[in-house]
Design a protein around this ligand. Structure first.
Ligand code: ZN
Length: 146
């Protein structure tokens, strides 16, 4: 038995568990013939690296308001990354809490312990530090940041 991801000509995707030789079932959404999708994280050497946690969506909006298929894929990706890091501890890298990851920090998140750049305090004026888990993102900055 194995898990296959199937796709149809209309692009519907679903997973099945069946034996290697069993015929593929038609698409449950539209009834069209299906084909197997090559597994993204299938076998060592053929898989691309799952992204590290800081590259995953950090906000509800980043998951398209919780779209089920997308969230499932995210979980699968996170799980694949976790297993990869278990086997390859050198990939774990920097796990300090991220203080800012938007705007100017999108490419290189500002982490706890990093030197605070001049002006950083001015873009988070709402009374608590982001280290306490604010999910709202930075409040609107001063005029020169617009
Ligand atoms: Zn279909």
């Amino acid at each position: 038995m194995a898990i296959y991801e199937l796709t149809c000509p209309s692009g519907h995707r679903h997973e099945i568990i069946q034996s290697f030789t069993a015929p593929l079932p038609p698409c449950p959404a539209c009834g069209a013939p299906t084909s197997k999708v090559p597994s993204t994280f299938g076998f060592a050497g053929s898989a691309k690296l799952p992204p590290p946690p800081e590259a995953m969506p950090q906000t509800w909006r980043g998951t398209y308001h919780g779209d089920r298929e997308y969230v499932t894929e995210l979980r699968r990706t996170a799980e694949a990354r976790r297993r990869l890091e278990e086997a390859n501890p050198e990939l774990v890298g920097d796990r300090r809490p991220i203080l800012a990851h938007e705007g100017r920090y999108e490419q290189r998140p500002l982490r706890a312990g990093d030197p605070v750049p001049a002006g950083f305090r001015r873009i988070a004026p709402h009374g608590h530090s982001h280290a306490r888990g604010c999910r709202g993102g930075p409040a609107p900055g001063p005029a020169e940041d617009r």
